[in-house]
Write a protein that binds this ligand. Structure first.
Ligand code: TYM
Length: 341
């Protein structure tokens, strides 16, 4: 169940999470992150960030980035983020993120960053040519989180190592300069934190997968969804069961279970003896029905970009106030400038 919702002082726990505006969003992003943000929205003091500075770590263009930011904002609002209940904003609108990143660089070790598995994955063997921003990516993420005294960070499993680094950096800063940062905890759900590729269930579903059939995008049409699920790889055998030796079926059952809110053993029981074909056909309809309301709302929002623009501007305003307050403390602790004589 949920973590307790407030701290000792009776304030609601602070939640912060981020998502990159880089292309299309898939079921992994939705089931591993966005959906949980929406579900937990009433419980916490929430801040959700469109991390456009992070998106600069891989090659992009001005027009592409602009379009991706607006699309992501509409996806988040269409999925149910409520700009009244949560602060939703664009990272680059609050310059303190970049500033704190630089300051935290001074308490981060080169070796720590070199050990980050996401960095190794994203370099694709071309370490000499990738941007320095890709290497520094986890420090900017630590800055995002630490800037707001975050207690909980709801993310998919692939972010675990980045969260550990954030805690290590905060601990080192606090030891050197005095207690300044709250140590955040990752909020990773047991189910859905690692949705796998439909073509290779040993790999996570990913935006950067070269094959378009590996991931279901939130904007895929019903026919595309049906085709991708029909083609999804399965395990040897014919029974619809999850288990460590059945990675493909485990993944498909997980997706079914999350959309329908039905435990996996019950689904297994219902499909006993029915084979993969019948299960896949029903799963496709479950996914189509599950994302249909999001797609409908997305179409409405895309017709009226002013909703997202206004919500993000108001979100940035609120985030800026909090970030400025924190940065004044950080600068003072580190001895930067001569503001107070
Ligand atoms: P990004 O944009 O890659 O992913 C956004 C969220 O989606 C989750 N996710 C998945 N969950 C389950 N199964 C999958 N196959 C899958 N693929 C992606 C990610 O875990 C993430 O929660 N570094 C972050 C962005 C970020 C951030 C932050 C997050 C920047 N600053 C501060 C939290 C706090 C990222 O790569 O997101």
């Amino acid at each position: 169940m949920h973590e307790s919702r407030s701290n000792g002082a009776g304030q609601r726990h602070r939640v912060f999470s981020g998502i990159q505006p880089s292309g299309s969003f898939h079921l992994g992003n939705y089931l591993g992150a966005i959906r949980n943000w929406v579900a937990q929205q009433p419980l916490y003091d929430n801040i959700f960030c469109i991390v456009d500075l992070h998106a600069l770590s891989l090659p992009t263009t001005r027009n592409q980035l602009r379009a991706n930011i607006l699309h992501l904002a509409n996806v988040l609002f269409a999925s149910g983020l409520d700009p009244e209940a949560s602060i939703v904003f664009i990272q680059s609108d609050v310059s303190e993120h970049a500033e704190l990143c630089w300051l935290l660089n001074s308490v981060t070790q080169f070796g720590e960053l070199r050990r980050m598995t996401q960095f190794k994955d994203k370099t694709g063997g071309k370490e000499e040519q990738v941007s320095a921003a890709l290497f520094d990516y986890p420090v900017l993420m630590a800055a995002d989180i630490l800037l707001y005294d975050t207690d909980l960070v709801p993310v998919g499993e692939d972010q675990t190592q980045h969260l550990e680094l954030t805690r290590d950096v905060a601990t080192r800063f606090n030891a050197r300069y005095g207690d300044t940062f709250v140590l955040p905890k990752a909020d990773i759900k047991e189910t859905g934190a690692r949705i796998m590729s439909l073509e290779d269930p040993t790999k996570k579903m990913s935006k950067s997968d070269a094959s378009p059939n590996a991931a279901i995008a939130l904007t895929d049409t019903p026919d595309v969804i049906r085709r991708k699920i029909r083609r999804a790889v399965t395990d040897s055998g014919s029974e619809v069961v999850a288990g460590p030796d059945k990675p493909a079926l485990t993944n498909l059952l997980t997706i079914y279970s999350l959309f329908e809110g039905e435990p996996i053993p019950e689904i297994e029981r219902r499909y006993a003896g029915k084979g993969y074909g019948a299960f896949k056909q029903d799963l496709a309809e479950v996914v189509v029905a599950g994302i249909e309301p999001i797609q409908r709302r997305l179409t409405e929002l895309e017709a009226d970009p002013s909703f997202a623009r206004e919500a993000l501007a108001a979100g940035a305003e609120r985030a800026r106030t909090r970030a400025a307050r924190k940065m004044a403390v950080v600068r003072d602790r580190m001895g930067l400038g001569l503001a107070d004589g």
